[in-house]
Design a protein. Structure first.
Length: 303
């Protein structure tokens, strides 16, 4: 063995030896992300929680520790009823959205890859238009002088314009369905694309009808996408502000329309913070409830 042969392994070992202080660097890589979470998540939510224990006055907010805001929230039925109504509207909108989204996603998943990409592109086109504009577009369609009333009058179905198409809870749910439909279609479509078609072929060979294949194979295996869409649509619907304000009228107002008023003209930040806190608790409860079925990791990460 030559001197070069004996020196080479030592050189390799010397290069592979850990450099002092190198292990201290990985935690430092977390500093930017942790800082952003603390500044933009922990601090605002902590401030919101503290404000719920303060008292509102004509001069603004007084730092007096009290439970009066929580007592007022549960002692006045108007707030509880409004929260319950908002949850009901959000649940109904979520159910209707999933009911429409699954057939659309299933139909798209059966198309060739090129055609599937084109259809997904068409679904994403509404995102290029303002949310307010898309919501406001329903008023010329559903209003007293709108397209639907005009068509019914021309056909002789009605003798005078109807007001039932606009400014009610159903119109809010319809608007939420239209606005948030892509948030349900895309997760379901991703789950359906991961589906092994050989399972369907095997089920067909064993005599399973298309309906039985859908019920026993397709829907269970696409459940992560369905639950993911349910989480996204419910959260967005529960916190909707523009759609209830434009399409709901007095009967379609939701909790998210009251909270900004309390922080603005109402000058009651503590009560507004209390309502916002309970809205967040309802959202977290929904995520936990839906995530119990499969786990959030499988729903959002496919684990």
């Amino acid at each position: 063995m030559t001197a070069f042969d004996t020196a080479a392994p030592r050189a390799v070992q010397r290069d592979a030896a850990p450099v002092p202080g190198r292990r201290a660097w990985p935690p430092l890589k977390l500093v930017p992300g942790v800082t952003l979470l603390v500044v933009f998540l922990v601090v605002p939510l902590g401030s919101l929680f503290l404000i719920t224990f303060w008292r509102a006055s004509f001069a603004g907010v007084k730092i007096e520790w009290t439970l009066a805001n929580y007592i007022r929230l549960f002692s006045k039925p108007i707030y509880v009823d409004l929260l319950v109504k908002s949850i009901r509207i959000a649940l109904t909108a979520t159910f209707l959205t999933l009911l429409v989204a699954f057939p659309v996603a299933y139909w798209i998943s059966m198309k060739p890859a090129r055609r599937r990409a084109q259809l997904v592109f068409l679904i994403l086109i509404p995102f290029w238009t303002s949310y307010v504009v898309r919501t406001f577009a329903w008023i010329p369609l559903l209003g007293s002088n709108g397209v639907i009333n005009y068509a019914l009058l021309r056909l002789g179905v009605i003798s005078r314009p109807l007001d039932i198409f606009l400014f009610n809870q159903f119109t809010v749910q319809l608007g939420l369905l239209y606005v948030y439909l892509p948030y349900a279609i895309l997760p379901i479509l991703l789950s359906l694309e991961r589906l092994d078609r050989n399972l369907l072929y095997a089920a067909a060979d064993l005599g399973a009808t298309p309906a039985r294949q859908l019920r026993r194979i397709t829907i269970p295996l696409s459940l992560p996408g369905i639950l993911g869409g349910a989480i996204l649509v419910f959260i967005l619907s529960l916190g909707a502000y523009v759609t209830p304000a434009l399409l709901g009228g007095a009967s379609g107002i939701m909790i998210a329309n009251v909270i900004p008023d309390l922080f603005g003209a109402g000058m009651n930040w503590p009560l507004g913070a209390t309502l916002a806190l309970f809205l967040m608790i309802v959202t977290m409860a929904w995520i936990w409830l839906v995530g119990m079925r499969l786990g959030l990791g499988r729903i959002f990460l496919g684990d």
